[in-house]
Design a protein around this ligand. Structure first.
Ligand code: FAD
Length: 481
């Protein structure tokens, strides 16, 4: 080991790399975090424009994991947290061009206009549908259509996958996307039966579920983590190569234009999969090919600010998702950001964030800002009755927006483990592994830190700071005698 404490180099300062660093530091492991950009956060970034607060990627954390609360508490972030506003509880789905509330209670499910009577009756047959007959993996669309019928799939799940994961439900792996659904079917033979049984037996999430962000946007979270990592966070540091030197790792980097080599006991590649593929290529062609195969969907985000009086709709919800069936529309979804959290727009105005592109419309990033704004305005005029011009407009593009968990993703994870197992001390973290959400990235970081800690303990005894001082004292006594 290098020095008295083990050291891990984390490559990439998005939420995956930052949270991995946090959990490693909690274990008393030295960390060096190398980030290519001049700022921390990766995809996550918050910016104030003309009195509006824009979040480039994650807008919020939907949390039910105690580790997320632990991280916020121990980085001092809890005091900056804000919860979703009461007025943002409703969700809308577009049905024949009309924003229609998503039913949340049984009674609403019976009376909703979202599904036809035939569609509702088909969905109610779900408890009587037998389990999947074969062991083969199913896509989300196959599973939902089989259990609930085509209408529930087209009018609820397809727009959810497209609007929140930029995905295509015809390709998405059920087990990787909706693990809970697969589990409920396996355990109870039915999703509805499973949900009802859980409610009756009082099964709850590990901590109270809540939707939160921060007063200054999600960028505050990555900034808070960067501050926690302290001087060990090196911005403007592009890793160009990694190499094994005996039991150690040498990480070749360009730090603000100067070539530098860092040494460590272990390395975490917390970059997007394509970048990780390049870095591992000299070590393992097979691993590199595997990582190169991860597909990403592009996304365009449009931020429009309006005077409140220029919108007819009450905007009494989190926003509206646009099913593929609604062919006259351009967006995947519209988030009513200023309803979701306070402080996102100035007095008398509202902020609307629309998402375009994804697997459904991958050509969108090629359009100009003016074209994107015109497409979004077309949607907003029809759905929420926008009358005036925007008082603020900004468009951003994520060319590699979100990784896609296609059929075969479970096999991908198994192979990844196999190949990484052949290269001791090399690890990967990122949103292409166990979930794209911020919550999932934080949780994976914890698991990874636990794994690395136990690997390092197996490789050599870890000493407490007191034991290290004693060892140093004994060594200097030996030298002086
Ligand atoms: C439009 C959009 C909306 C979203 N909304 C939500 C939401 O509301 N809630 C939610 O939970 N999630 C949301 N997500 C998902 C979430 O934001 C992402 O999954 C998450 O931020 C990804 O973090 P990451 O650290 O895995 O990757 P990244 O953020 O991509 O970080 C990777 C980092 O690696 C660095 N890097 C790459 N190569 C090198 C190199 N060679 N050397 C050094 N550094 C390198 C990059 O500069 C980058 O900083 C959204 C995502 C998008 C795109």
């Amino acid at each position: 080991m290098i020095g008295s404490k083990p050291k891990v180099i984390v490559i990439g300062g998005g939420i995956s790399g930052l949270s991995s660093a946090f959990w490693l530091m909690q274990k008393g492991i030295d960390v060096q975090l190398l980030e290519r950009d001049s700022r921390a956060g990766g995809l996550i970034r918050s910016e104030r424009v003309d009195g509006f607060l824009l979040d480039y990627a994650a807008n919020c954390v939907f949390n039910y994991l105690p580790e997320v609360n632990f991280l916020c508490h121990n980085t001092g972030l809890s005091s900056q947290q804000i919860l979703r506003q009461e007025s943002a509880k409703k969700r809308y789905l577009l049905k024949d061009g009309v924003a229609t509330p998503v039913p949340m209670r049984l009674k609403e499910m019976i009376t909703t206009d979202l599904w036809s009577l035939r569609g509702k009756l088909r969905a109610l047959l779900e408890p009587f549908i037998p389990r999947a007959s074969s062991e083969s993996e199913e896509t989300v669309s196959q599973f939902i259509t089989r259990r609930f019928g085509a209408e529930v799939y087209e009018r609820s799940i397809e727009p959810y996958i497209a609007g929140t994961l930029a995905g295509d439900a015809d390709k998405s792996c059920l087990k990787s996307t909706f693990q809970q659904f697969a589990k409920l079917e396996a355990e109870h033979g039915s999703i509805l039966k499973g949900v009802i049984k859980r409610k009756l037996t009082g099964v709850r999430t590990a901590c109270a579920a809540q939707v939160f962000s921060f007063r200054n946007g999600m960028g505050a979270m990555t900034e808070g983590l960067k501050n926690y990592v302290g001087d060990s966070f090196l911005p403007n540091s592009t890793v160009e190569g990694i190499e094994r030197e005996g039991k150690q790792w040498a990480v070749h980097s360009d730090v603000s234009g100067k070539k530098k080599i860092f040494h460590a006991d272990a390395v975490i590649l917390a970059t997007p999969a394509g970048e990780a593929a390049k870095l591992v290529d000299p070590l393992s062609k097979n691993l590199s090919i595997l990582l190169k195969g991860v597909e990403y969907s592009p996304m365009v985000v449009s931020f429009l600010g309006f005077s409140r009086k220029d919108i007819d709709h009450p905007l009494d919800g989190i926003g509206c998702l646009f099913p593929k069936k609604e062919i006259d529309f351009n967006s995947l979804g519209s988030l009513w950001t200023s309803t979701l959290f306070e402080g996102r727009s100035k007095e008398g105005t509202v902020l609307l964030t629309n998402y375009l592109g994804g697997a459904r419309r991958p050509e969108m990033p090629g359009k100009t800002d003016e074209e994107i704004i015109a497409l979004v305005m077309e949607d907003l005029k029809k759905v929420i009755g926008v009358k005036g011009k925007p008082v603020m407009a900004k468009v951003i593009r994520h060319r590699a927006g979100l990784p896609q968990y296609h059929l075969g993703h479970q096999m991908f994870l198994e192979k990844l483990d196999e190949h990484l197992g052949l290269i001791p001390g090399l690890h990967v973290a990122g949103n292409y592994l166990g979930g794209v959400s911020v919550r999932a990235c934080i949780s994976q970081g914890k698991e990874l830190a636990e794994k690395i800690d136990s690997c390092l303990k197996k490789r050599g005894k870890r000493f407490t700071p007191k034991e290290n001082r004693l060892k140093r004292d004994q060594a200097s006594q030996v030298k002086s005698t």
